[in-house]
Design a protein around this ligand. Structure first.
Ligand SMILES: [Zn+2]
Ligand SMILES: [Zn+2]
Length: 139
């Protein structure tokens, strides 16, 4: 049975499909306003919830607590730096096979999964090293 989507849900879903990155609800609200498709922020959140349950939208939560939404077609994982917050996309999905196995073993329809790696990027690591070296060198 194809779920009956509201016009707001359609707008948001179409927007997410055209974005090639995950965006926050606030950004969705702004993007829609830029396209003359104004929706209230509360409607954006409500529609996102409905699309999530439908299994076509996924959400990933950043270390900052911010939630980013994207269309489920994209199975993308990231390395996120805890210091500067930059997210580096990784090419492959390390758990794709596991998902297939879980699905058949538990007879559970998996819509999406999230997998995040947190740490320090090389730029921040280098800056930290420099800082350490600087503080030990007293004049
Ligand atoms: Zn960093
Ligand atoms: Zn994946």
């Amino acid at each position: 049975m194809k779920p009956q989507r509201t016009r707001s849900q359609e707008r948001i879903f179409n927007l997410l499909k055209t974005m090639n990155r995950a965006i926050s609800a606030q950004d969705i609200y702004v993007e829609l306003r830029n396209r003359d498709q104004n929706l209230g922020l509360a409607t954006v959140y409500r529609s996102l919830d409905a699309l999530k349950l439908e299994g076509v939208v996924q959400v990933r939560t950043l270390a900052t607590g911010e939630s980013l939404y994207s269309s489920v077609l994209e199975d993308q994982h990231h390395l996120t730096c805890l210091n500067c917050g930059q997210s580096i996309p990784i090419d492959e999905c390390p758990v794709h096979q596991l998902e297939t196995e879980l699905q058949s073993y538990h007879h559970f329809k998996i819509y999406y999964h999230t997998l995040e790696f947190f740490g320090i990027c090389d730029r921040c690591a280098a800056a930290e090293e420099k800082e350490k070296a600087g503080t030990t060198k007293r004049f």
